[in-house]
Design a protein. Structure first.
Length: 453
């Protein structure tokens, strides 16, 4: 994508026009070239996205649970980071981005053993995603960097799910669930949407940075987990208020900063599209935070800290699929809509339907992801995604909205069905829920033998 976007831009400049026209044979014969600027930006983006999980999400979630479960909640994010890193290295990356077919990747990248073939004179050279397929994509960054960047997405997705079942899942069950879910649910959907051969991508559905792959996936899985595991003990009548909202604000702030790696990094290069994605992300997040705050203020008479940070995260979620496809005006609308809609789904809808989504994984990530994916089909601005092969780019239209809805639908169906299967397998073999005594004592002491004094 990056090379395809850059070439016509350079060719349009008089100083490069002759050079670009004079060397087509050389460009065709030469191996993919590393772009140092693109690589540097992607290294930074990888670190930023990792920061979103540890410590960002860890603190965000830990600040919203009760004191007796703070350490267990941090432990979940940190452990998921470790487990998913190895799962991704062993098989996840290969299943998601190996050439394979339209449904799943092959095992050509298993254990990342093939990375050695890309080393020349001590340097990891550029690579072609989907090499040998009918739709190869020449990259300007090393495969090691691309793999690590995608790894951080695979890490944060199951970590987001943990917010739905906070305070009540066994730690052993969490570990087993993370392994199975990453391979059975996450990897196939990532392949469908982001692989050059993916069948959802072939439909024309667009997802710049993970509206379907990360947020709808995590949110829907979280809802399934909440329904299967059941409500927290005391839900609806005990005081379940957050222990320390300062932790949550710090976590939300780290998520906001890290999200620039998430969204602007998905341009896969240091280019104008990354810049536009960064601006859209900032605008949508601010609008969503204020949108949630305004509605809450109107409904309850008081704007809360928890409200504005929840709204901001909802805006980050909603702009994720759209970031590289919309202009700031569209981002503003998406952000405002996300703040308002997520407020009602995380409060009114949850209470009316009676499910216990502890930290609103579904109410914010699931609903925000669905809203963002659909509105991407409305506000997509063609020139941002235009290439030589598609000079008009992807333009918002009724047709594009329909395609986006189809992508949302298949993600929901696959995630719901397979998450349920994974949970049942774990329940039969290990058991999902802690005992009543463990839940009353708190997971910090009962599962980990530690506590905050």
């Amino acid at each position: 994508m990056v090379g395809a976007v850059r070439a016509p831009v350079l060719a349009a400049l008089p100083v490069f026009a002759g050079l670009c026209a004079a060397t087509p044979a050389l460009a065709a014969d030469a191996p993919p070239a590393i772009d140092s600027g693109d690589t540097a930006w992607m290294l930074v983006s990888t670190a930023l996205v990792l920061m979103m999980t540890i410590p960002g999400l860890a603190l965000f979630y830990a600040g919203m649970v009760r004191k007796k479960n703070v350490l267990a909640t941090v432990m979940q994010s940190f452990t998921i980071c470790c487990i998913t890193t190895l799962v991704w290295m062993i098989a996840g990356y290969s299943l998601a981005f190996g050439t394979g077919n339209a449904w799943i990747g092959d095992l050509s990248h298993a254990m990342l053993a093939d990375l050695g073939a890309h080393i020349a004179k001590g340097v990891d050279i550029a690579f072609t995603l989907g090499e040998g397929s009918p739709n190869p994509t020449v990259m300007t960054i090393p495969q090691s960097v691309y793999m690590a960047y995608q790894m951080t997405f695979a890490i944060i997705t199951p970590a987001l799910i943990a917010g739905a079942f906070a305070d009540r899942m066994k730690f052993s069950a969490l570990c087993a669930f993370t392994v199975l879910w990453s391979l059975v649910v996450y990897a196939p959907i990532a392949h469908w949407v982001w692989s050059p051969l993916g069948w959802v991508a072939a439909l024309g559905a667009i997802d710049f940075a993970g509206g379907t792959v990360v947020h709808i996936n995590a949110g829907v899985a979280g809802l399934v987990c909440a329904l299967v595991i059941g409500k927290r003990r005391g839900y609806g009548h005990d005081d379940l208020s957050p222990f320390n909202l300062t932790y949550a604000v710090i976590g939300a702030s780290l998520l906001w900063v890290g999200w620039f790696g998430f969204n602007a990094g998905s341009a896969l290069g240091a280019n104008g599209r990354a810049g536009m994605a960064m601006v859209s992300t900032q605008v949508a997040t601010a609008a969503a935070g204020l949108g949630w705050m305004a509605v809450e203020w109107w409904r309850t008479g008081k704007p809360t800290v928890l409200g504005i940070i929840s709204g901001a995260v909802g805006g980050l979620v909603a702009i994720t699929p759209a970031a590289g496809f919309v202009l700031p005006g569209g981002a503003l609308v998406i952000g405002l809509a996300a703040g308002i809609v997520c407020f009602f789904t995380a409060t009114t809808l949850k209470h009316k339907l009676g499910y216990d989504d502890s930290l609103d994984a579904f109410g914010v990530h699931g609903i925000g992801g669905i809203l963002g994916a659909l509105l991407t089909g409305v506000f997509a601005y063609g020139p941002l995604s235009a290439t030589d092969a598609n000079p008009t780019g992807v333009v918002g239209s009724a047709h594009q909205l329909l395609v986006q809805a189809e992508a949302v639908g298949v993600t929901i169906v696959w995630c719901t069905a397979l998450t349920y299967v994974v949970l049942k397998v774990v329940d039969v073999t290990i058991g999902l829920r802690v005992t009543v005594d463990q839940e009353i004592e708190g997971l910090d002491m009962s599962l980990h033998g530690e506590q905050i004094n």
